[in-house]
Design a protein around this ligand. Structure first.
Ligand SMILES: [Fe+2]
Ligand SMILES: [Fe+2]
Length: 363
C-alpha cells in the first residue's frame, strides 16, 4: 500500500489524523522537531501524498518541511498543508512550500480524508490529460505518415495503421472521450482533426459496447483509415471556406473509392476495405458510391458511419458552426432509416461525453 507522509511538529495530535487516512494509504508520521533524522522513511516513489500538520509561523518547522519536501524531487506527490494560523505570513509560507491545497486545521478531523481524495482525483485527471495529449500527438504523427503515403499513391502498411490505432486505444483507456476531444480540437488541419476525432469516438464506442479486444482494434483501425482517400482530393476543395458546388461535391465524393483503390492490394481484411469504401452509404440505398442497401452494409461500417456523422456534426468548419452534443445527437436520431438507429441509441453515452467537449460556438 502506498504511504501518506504526515509531517508534524506535535505527533500526539497528528496520531488521530493518521488514523483518518488509513483508507487512503499507510500513514507514516514524521516528527519535524526530532533532531535525529528518521531512518525508515518510505522511498519517494511509494509516497501517495504529503500532509503537513505543523505551525508555519516557526522557522524551524518551515525549514524542516522544506527539507522533507525537497527530498521528494520534482515529481512530488500532492501536498496538503493544514493551516494552524490564519495569517498572511502562514499563507505565503504554504504557497512558497508548494502546497496543492490548504485546509484549516480546525476542519482537519472532519474534512482531511475528503480533501485529500479530491486532490487524488485532480492528480489522476492531470495524468490522464498528459497521457491523452501525448497519445494524440503520437497518433497524429502516424496519421500524417498515412496521409502522406496516400497522397503519394502508396498504400500504408497494416503495421503502421495498427500502431496508430493502438495509440488511440491506449489513450482512450487512460482518459475519457471528452479529454481526447479536448486535445484533438487543438489540431489545425481539418482532415487530421476529423480522422483523430472519428478514431477516438470509435475506440470509445468499441470499449463502451464491450467488444472483443481484436474487434476494438479493427474498428479503431478502420476509423483511422476511413477517409484515407481525402489525401488525394485537391486542397482547394478539401479546405474550401464555403459550401462545395455540384462539381466540387462530385470530386469530394470520390474519396471512398480512391481510399479503397489505394488499399485493396494490401493485406487489409475485406471488412476494413468495406469501411473505407462504404462509410457514406445509407441503409435506404441513398448513399454513395454504390447505393448499397442495408443487407449489404456490415456492422463495422455502420459503427464507423455513426461515429463519422457525429464527428462531422460537432466539428467546426469555415462554412458551418459546430453543433452542440445534444443537437448533433438529435440529428442522428432523426436519420432513422438511413443509419442504424439501434447503434445510435447505444452511442448516446458517447454523444453525451463528447458533446460536453464541443468547442465553444462563440470562439
Ligand atoms: Fe468520408
Ligand atoms: Fe469521415
Amino acid at each position: 500500500m502506498a504511504a501518506i507522509l504526515l509531517l508534524t511538529d506535535m505527533p500526539t495530535r497528528s496520531r488521530k489524523l493518521a488514523s483518518l487516512l488509513e483508507a487512503l494509504g499507510e500513514p507514516v508520521l514524521v516528527d519535524l522537531l526530532d533532531p535525529a533524522e528518521p531512518t525508515t522513511l518510505p522511498a519517494p516513489e511509494s509516497i501517495r501524498a504529503v500532509v503537513s500538520d505543523a505551525s508555519l509561523s516557526r522557522s524551524t518547522q518551515v525549514a524542516a518541511l522544506r527539507r522533507h519536501l525537497g527530498r521528494l524531487g520534482p515529481n512530488r506527490p500532492p501536498f496538503l498543508c493544514l493551516m494552524h494560523e490564519d495569517t498572511p505570513r502562514a499563507r505565503v509560507q504554504a504557497q512558497a512550500l508548494g502546497a496543492n491545497r490548504t485546509l484549516s486545521a480546525g476542519y482537519a478531523a472532519r474534512s482531511l480524508a475528503k480533501t485529500l481524495e479530491g486532490l487524488f482525483v485532480g492528480d489522476r485527471l492531470l495524468d490522464a490529460g498528459r497521457a491523452t495529449t501525448a497519445g494524440a500527438a503520437a497518433a497524429d504523427v502516424v496519421l500524417t505518415h498515412l496521409l502522406d503515403l496516400g497522397r503519394a499513391g502508396t498504400a500504408p502498411t497494416r503495421g503502421l495503421v495498427r500502431q496508430g490505432a493502438e495509440l488511440v486505444l491506449s489513450a482512450l483507456d487512460k482518459a475519457d472521450v471528452r479529454t481526447w476531444l479536448d486535445v484533438v480540437w487543438r489540431f489545425d488541419d481539418a482532415t487530421h482533426q476529423h480522422c483523430l476525432l472519428v478514431a477516438g469516438l470509435a475506440a470509445g464506442f468499441a470499449r463502451h459496447l464491450g467488444m472483443r479486444e481484436a474487434d476494438c482494434h479493427e474498428l479503431t483501425q478502420a476509423a483511422l483509415l476511413h477517409d484515407l482517400g481525402k489525401s488525394r482530393i485537391p486542397l482547394s476543395i478539401l479546405n474550401k471556406p464555403g459550401r462545395l458546388d455540384d462539381k466540387e461535391l462530385a470530386v469530394m465524393r470520390t474519396h471512398p473509392t480512391i481510399g479503397y483503390d489505394l488499399l485493396r492490394d494490401g493485406d487489409y481484411p475485406e471488412v476494413m476495405l468495406t469501411v473505407v469504401r462504404s462509410h457514406h452509404e445509407a441503409l435506404d440505398g441513398s448513399g454513395y458510391p454504390d447505393n448499397l442497401r442495408s443487407d449489404r452494409i456490415p456492422d463495422l461500417v455502420r459503427l464507423v458511419t455513426v461515429c463519422d456523422m457525429f464527428g462531422a456534426l460537432i466539428e467546426r468548419r469555415p462554412y458551418k458552426k459546430p453543433l452542440g452534443g445534444d443537437e448533433a445527437y438529435a440529428t442522428l436520431q432523426g436519420m432513422d432509416g438511413k443509419i442504424d438507429i439501434d447503434l445510435v441509441r447505444a452511442f448516446q453515452p458517447l454523444a453525451e461525453a463528447a458533446g460536453a467537449a464541443v468547442p465553444s460556438i462563440a470562439a
